[in-house]
Ligand binder design. Structure first.
Ligand code: ADP
Ligand code: MG
Length: 278
Protein backbone atom coordinates (compact mmCIF):
# COMPACT_ATOMS: atom_id res chain seq x y z
CA UNK A 1 0.00 0.00 0.00
CA UNK A 2 1.43 3.34 -1.08
CA UNK A 3 0.37 5.29 1.99
CA UNK A 4 2.60 3.15 4.18
CA UNK A 5 5.73 4.67 2.69
CA UNK A 6 5.15 8.30 3.54
CA UNK A 7 4.03 7.67 7.09
CA UNK A 8 6.03 8.85 10.06
CA UNK A 9 7.41 5.96 12.09
CA UNK A 10 5.06 4.71 14.74
CA UNK A 11 5.95 3.11 18.01
CA UNK A 12 2.54 1.55 18.38
CA UNK A 13 0.49 -0.64 16.14
CA UNK A 14 1.51 -3.05 13.43
CA UNK A 15 0.72 -3.39 9.75
CA UNK A 16 -2.38 -5.35 10.61
CA UNK A 17 -3.63 -2.86 13.23
CA UNK A 18 -7.04 -1.40 12.56
CA UNK A 19 -7.57 0.67 15.72
CA UNK A 20 -4.62 1.93 17.76
CA UNK A 21 -4.69 3.97 20.97
CA UNK A 22 -1.23 5.20 21.83
CA UNK A 23 -0.68 6.79 25.24
CA UNK A 24 -4.18 8.24 25.31
CA UNK A 25 -5.41 10.41 28.17
CA UNK A 26 -8.78 12.10 28.09
CA UNK A 27 -9.48 14.91 30.52
CA UNK A 28 -12.85 16.66 30.46
CA UNK A 29 -13.05 20.30 31.50
CA UNK A 30 -9.54 21.48 30.69
CA UNK A 31 -10.68 25.09 30.88
CA UNK A 32 -9.30 26.63 34.13
CA UNK A 33 -12.80 27.73 35.17
CA UNK A 34 -14.10 24.16 35.05
CA UNK A 35 -13.57 21.26 37.34
CA UNK A 36 -11.57 18.71 35.40
CA UNK A 37 -12.37 15.02 35.22
CA UNK A 38 -9.77 12.54 34.02
CA UNK A 39 -11.85 9.94 32.23
CA UNK A 40 -9.06 7.87 30.66
CA UNK A 41 -5.38 7.55 31.50
CA UNK A 42 -2.48 5.98 29.58
CA UNK A 43 -4.53 3.90 27.18
CA UNK A 44 -2.41 1.73 24.89
CA UNK A 45 -4.57 -0.57 22.88
CA UNK A 46 -4.11 -2.24 19.55
CA UNK A 47 -7.00 -3.88 17.74
CA UNK A 48 -6.20 -6.00 14.73
CA UNK A 49 -8.01 -5.98 11.44
CA UNK A 50 -11.00 -8.29 11.68
CA UNK A 51 -10.78 -8.67 15.45
CA UNK A 52 -13.79 -8.56 17.77
CA UNK A 53 -12.77 -6.79 20.98
CA UNK A 54 -15.04 -5.96 23.89
CA UNK A 55 -14.38 -3.38 26.56
CA UNK A 56 -15.87 -3.82 30.01
CA UNK A 57 -15.51 -1.72 33.13
CA UNK A 58 -17.52 -0.17 35.94
CA UNK A 59 -20.07 2.50 35.12
CA UNK A 60 -18.41 5.89 34.55
CA UNK A 61 -14.93 4.43 33.92
CA UNK A 62 -14.66 5.94 30.45
CA UNK A 63 -15.95 3.23 28.09
CA UNK A 64 -18.09 5.57 25.99
CA UNK A 65 -15.27 8.10 26.00
CA UNK A 66 -12.95 5.44 24.57
CA UNK A 67 -15.39 4.75 21.76
CA UNK A 68 -16.06 8.42 21.00
CA UNK A 69 -12.31 8.95 20.63
CA UNK A 70 -12.17 6.25 17.93
CA UNK A 71 -15.20 7.78 16.24
CA UNK A 72 -13.49 11.17 16.12
CA UNK A 73 -16.33 12.70 18.15
CA UNK A 74 -13.80 13.57 20.89
CA UNK A 75 -10.13 14.48 20.77
CA UNK A 76 -7.59 12.91 23.11
CA UNK A 77 -5.97 15.28 25.63
CA UNK A 78 -2.68 13.40 25.17
CA UNK A 79 -1.64 10.64 22.81
CA UNK A 80 -3.17 9.58 19.54
CA UNK A 81 -5.90 7.40 18.11
CA UNK A 82 -5.49 5.88 14.66
CA UNK A 83 -7.88 3.99 12.45
CA UNK A 84 -6.30 2.01 9.65
CA UNK A 85 -3.02 3.89 10.01
CA UNK A 86 -4.46 7.43 9.86
CA UNK A 87 -4.93 9.67 12.89
CA UNK A 88 -8.63 10.09 13.61
CA UNK A 89 -7.99 13.82 13.98
CA UNK A 90 -6.23 14.29 10.67
CA UNK A 91 -7.94 15.67 7.58
CA UNK A 92 -7.20 12.55 5.55
CA UNK A 93 -9.11 10.36 7.97
CA UNK A 94 -12.10 8.79 6.28
CA UNK A 95 -15.17 9.22 8.45
CA UNK A 96 -16.78 6.53 6.36
CA UNK A 97 -14.27 4.00 7.74
CA UNK A 98 -16.30 3.91 10.94
CA UNK A 99 -19.91 2.92 11.64
CA UNK A 100 -21.48 3.71 15.00
CA UNK A 101 -24.17 1.86 16.94
CA UNK A 102 -25.50 3.22 20.21
CA UNK A 103 -27.86 1.75 22.78
CA UNK A 104 -30.92 3.64 21.59
CA UNK A 105 -32.18 2.95 18.08
CA UNK A 106 -31.90 6.07 15.97
CA UNK A 107 -34.66 5.33 13.45
CA UNK A 108 -36.99 8.22 12.63
CA UNK A 109 -40.59 7.14 13.09
CA UNK A 110 -41.91 8.80 9.95
CA UNK A 111 -39.46 7.08 7.63
CA UNK A 112 -39.63 3.48 6.47
CA UNK A 113 -36.90 1.01 7.39
CA UNK A 114 -35.32 1.41 3.95
CA UNK A 115 -35.37 5.20 4.17
CA UNK A 116 -33.95 5.10 7.68
CA UNK A 117 -31.05 2.98 6.49
CA UNK A 118 -30.41 5.55 3.77
CA UNK A 119 -30.59 8.48 6.20
CA UNK A 120 -26.81 8.82 6.81
CA UNK A 121 -26.24 8.95 3.04
CA UNK A 122 -28.93 11.56 2.55
CA UNK A 123 -27.48 13.78 5.28
CA UNK A 124 -23.96 13.64 3.85
CA UNK A 125 -25.31 14.23 0.36
CA UNK A 126 -27.20 17.32 1.47
CA UNK A 127 -24.02 18.59 3.13
CA UNK A 128 -22.19 18.05 -0.13
CA UNK A 129 -19.84 15.66 1.63
CA UNK A 130 -20.44 12.86 -0.85
CA UNK A 131 -21.57 12.57 -4.38
CA UNK A 132 -22.38 9.46 -6.30
CA UNK A 133 -25.34 7.50 -7.24
CA UNK A 134 -28.27 7.24 -4.84
CA UNK A 135 -29.43 4.12 -6.69
CA UNK A 136 -26.23 2.38 -5.68
CA UNK A 137 -27.00 3.10 -2.03
CA UNK A 138 -30.61 2.00 -2.47
CA UNK A 139 -29.33 -1.31 -3.72
CA UNK A 140 -26.96 -1.52 -0.79
CA UNK A 141 -29.81 -0.73 1.64
CA UNK A 142 -31.73 -3.70 0.23
CA UNK A 143 -28.70 -5.93 0.66
CA UNK A 144 -28.35 -4.76 4.25
CA UNK A 145 -32.02 -5.41 4.98
CA UNK A 146 -31.32 -8.99 3.99
CA UNK A 147 -28.01 -9.18 5.82
CA UNK A 148 -29.53 -8.16 9.16
CA UNK A 149 -32.54 -10.45 8.75
CA UNK A 150 -35.21 -7.83 8.00
CA UNK A 151 -36.39 -9.28 4.69
CA UNK A 152 -39.92 -8.08 3.98
CA UNK A 153 -39.68 -5.13 6.39
CA UNK A 154 -38.11 -2.53 4.07
CA UNK A 155 -41.37 -0.61 3.78
CA UNK A 156 -42.36 -1.01 7.44
CA UNK A 157 -42.20 1.89 9.90
CA UNK A 158 -40.11 1.70 13.09
CA UNK A 159 -43.17 1.58 15.37
CA UNK A 160 -44.19 -1.65 13.64
CA UNK A 161 -40.92 -3.26 14.75
CA UNK A 162 -39.82 -4.80 18.04
CA UNK A 163 -36.87 -3.29 19.94
CA UNK A 164 -34.59 -6.02 18.62
CA UNK A 165 -35.66 -5.37 15.03
CA UNK A 166 -35.11 -1.64 15.51
CA UNK A 167 -31.55 -2.38 16.60
CA UNK A 168 -31.11 -4.40 13.40
CA UNK A 169 -32.08 -1.25 11.50
CA UNK A 170 -29.47 0.71 13.46
CA UNK A 171 -26.81 -1.86 12.56
CA UNK A 172 -27.75 -1.55 8.88
CA UNK A 173 -27.48 2.23 9.10
CA UNK A 174 -24.00 1.88 10.54
CA UNK A 175 -23.04 -0.43 7.67
CA UNK A 176 -24.38 1.70 4.81
CA UNK A 177 -20.93 3.01 3.81
CA UNK A 178 -19.41 -0.41 4.21
CA UNK A 179 -17.04 0.86 6.93
CA UNK A 180 -14.06 -1.25 8.02
CA UNK A 181 -14.84 -0.65 11.68
CA UNK A 182 -18.01 -0.96 13.73
CA UNK A 183 -18.03 0.87 17.05
CA UNK A 184 -20.85 -0.35 19.29
CA UNK A 185 -21.74 1.23 22.64
CA UNK A 186 -23.90 -1.16 24.68
CA UNK A 187 -26.03 -1.79 21.58
CA UNK A 188 -28.17 -4.47 23.19
CA UNK A 189 -28.26 -2.96 26.68
CA UNK A 190 -31.94 -2.15 26.63
CA UNK A 191 -33.16 -5.44 25.16
CA UNK A 192 -34.64 -8.36 27.08
CA UNK A 193 -32.33 -11.33 27.68
CA UNK A 194 -33.74 -13.56 24.94
CA UNK A 195 -33.65 -10.88 22.26
CA UNK A 196 -30.15 -9.98 23.35
CA UNK A 197 -28.94 -13.58 22.97
CA UNK A 198 -30.55 -13.77 19.57
CA UNK A 199 -28.91 -10.52 18.43
CA UNK A 200 -25.55 -11.68 19.80
CA UNK A 201 -25.72 -14.66 17.42
CA UNK A 202 -26.86 -12.42 14.58
CA UNK A 203 -24.03 -9.98 15.20
CA UNK A 204 -21.48 -12.81 15.08
CA UNK A 205 -22.96 -13.99 11.80
CA UNK A 206 -22.85 -10.45 10.34
CA UNK A 207 -19.28 -10.03 11.59
CA UNK A 208 -18.26 -13.32 9.97
CA UNK A 209 -19.93 -12.46 6.68
CA UNK A 210 -18.64 -8.89 6.44
CA UNK A 211 -15.19 -9.30 8.10
CA UNK A 212 -15.48 -6.01 10.02
CA UNK A 213 -13.33 -5.00 12.95
CA UNK A 214 -15.60 -4.55 15.95
CA UNK A 215 -15.02 -2.59 19.14
CA UNK A 216 -17.91 -3.45 21.42
CA UNK A 217 -18.74 -1.83 24.75
CA UNK A 218 -20.87 -3.69 27.25
CA UNK A 219 -21.45 -3.97 30.97
CA UNK A 220 -22.56 -7.58 30.50
CA UNK A 221 -19.49 -9.73 31.18
CA UNK A 222 -21.01 -12.93 29.75
CA UNK A 223 -21.97 -11.11 26.57
CA UNK A 224 -18.36 -9.90 26.27
CA UNK A 225 -16.98 -13.43 26.66
CA UNK A 226 -19.51 -14.91 24.26
CA UNK A 227 -18.80 -12.45 21.44
CA UNK A 228 -15.16 -11.58 21.63
CA UNK A 229 -11.66 -12.57 20.63
CA UNK A 230 -10.39 -10.42 23.52
CA UNK A 231 -12.00 -8.69 26.48
CA UNK A 232 -10.30 -5.54 27.71
CA UNK A 233 -11.02 -4.59 31.33
CA UNK A 234 -10.89 -0.95 32.40
CA UNK A 235 -10.34 0.18 36.00
CA UNK A 236 -12.75 2.53 37.76
CA UNK A 237 -12.22 6.15 36.69
CA UNK A 238 -9.75 7.18 35.50
CA UNK A 239 -10.09 4.24 33.14
CA UNK A 240 -6.82 2.37 32.60
CA UNK A 241 -6.43 -0.99 30.89
CA UNK A 242 -6.02 -3.43 33.77
CA UNK A 243 -6.53 -6.66 31.87
CA UNK A 244 -6.71 -7.97 28.35
CA UNK A 245 -8.10 -11.49 28.29
CA UNK A 246 -7.89 -13.72 25.25
CA UNK A 247 -11.11 -15.63 24.66
CA UNK A 248 -10.02 -18.91 23.11
CA UNK A 249 -13.51 -20.37 22.62
CA UNK A 250 -14.03 -22.12 19.28
CA UNK A 251 -15.84 -20.34 16.47
CA UNK A 252 -18.42 -20.24 15.14
CA UNK A 253 -20.08 -19.89 18.53
CA UNK A 254 -23.65 -21.01 19.00
CA UNK A 255 -26.36 -21.73 21.59
CA UNK A 256 -24.19 -24.46 23.12
CA UNK A 257 -21.15 -22.23 23.67
CA UNK A 258 -22.45 -20.72 26.92
CA UNK A 259 -22.80 -24.21 28.39
CA UNK A 260 -19.22 -25.27 27.72
CA UNK A 261 -16.70 -25.72 30.51
CA UNK A 262 -14.31 -23.19 28.96
CA UNK A 263 -17.04 -20.53 28.72
CA UNK A 264 -17.89 -20.97 32.38
CA UNK A 265 -14.19 -20.81 33.30
CA UNK A 266 -13.56 -17.60 31.36
CA UNK A 267 -16.75 -16.00 32.58
CA UNK A 268 -15.98 -16.87 36.21
CA UNK A 269 -12.46 -15.49 35.82
CA UNK A 270 -13.82 -12.23 34.42
CA UNK A 271 -16.51 -11.89 37.12
CA UNK A 272 -13.93 -12.46 39.86
CA UNK A 273 -11.55 -9.97 38.34
CA UNK A 274 -14.33 -7.47 38.10
CA UNK A 275 -15.28 -7.83 41.75
CA UNK A 276 -11.69 -7.22 42.80
CA UNK A 277 -11.73 -3.87 40.99
CA UNK A 278 -14.27 -2.27 43.26
P1 ADP B 1 -18.90 4.95 30.85
O1 ADP B 1 -19.34 4.89 29.43
O2 ADP B 1 -17.84 3.94 31.19
O3 ADP B 1 -20.03 4.86 31.81
P2 ADP B 1 -18.14 7.69 30.19
O4 ADP B 1 -17.07 7.54 29.16
O5 ADP B 1 -19.48 8.04 29.72
O6 ADP B 1 -18.17 6.36 31.09
O7 ADP B 1 -17.68 8.77 31.24
C1 ADP B 1 -16.45 8.69 31.96
C2 ADP B 1 -16.39 9.80 32.99
O8 ADP B 1 -16.28 11.06 32.32
C3 ADP B 1 -17.63 9.89 33.86
O9 ADP B 1 -17.25 10.19 35.17
C4 ADP B 1 -18.43 11.02 33.27
O10 ADP B 1 -19.18 11.67 34.24
C5 ADP B 1 -17.33 11.92 32.72
N1 ADP B 1 -17.80 12.63 31.53
C6 ADP B 1 -18.30 12.10 30.40
N2 ADP B 1 -18.60 13.04 29.50
C7 ADP B 1 -18.28 14.22 30.08
C8 ADP B 1 -18.33 15.60 29.65
N3 ADP B 1 -18.78 15.93 28.45
N4 ADP B 1 -17.90 16.53 30.53
C9 ADP B 1 -17.44 16.20 31.75
N5 ADP B 1 -17.35 14.94 32.21
C10 ADP B 1 -17.75 13.96 31.38
MG1 MG C 1 -21.21 4.60 28.51
Amino acid sequence: MSNEIAETPRDAGTASSMITYDGVDKVYGTDPSEESVTALEGIDLDIERGEFVSVVGPSGCGKSTLLHLAAGILEPTNGSVEINGASVQSADHERKEVGLVFQQPVALEWRTVRKNILLPVQILKENGAIDGDMDEYRERADELISLVGLDGFGDAYPNELSGGMQQRVTISQALIYNPSVLLMDEPFGSLDAMTKDELNLELLRIWRETEKTILFITHDLDEAVFLSDRVVVLSPRPGRVVDDIEIDLDRPRNEETRGTERFVELSTQLHQHFKSLK
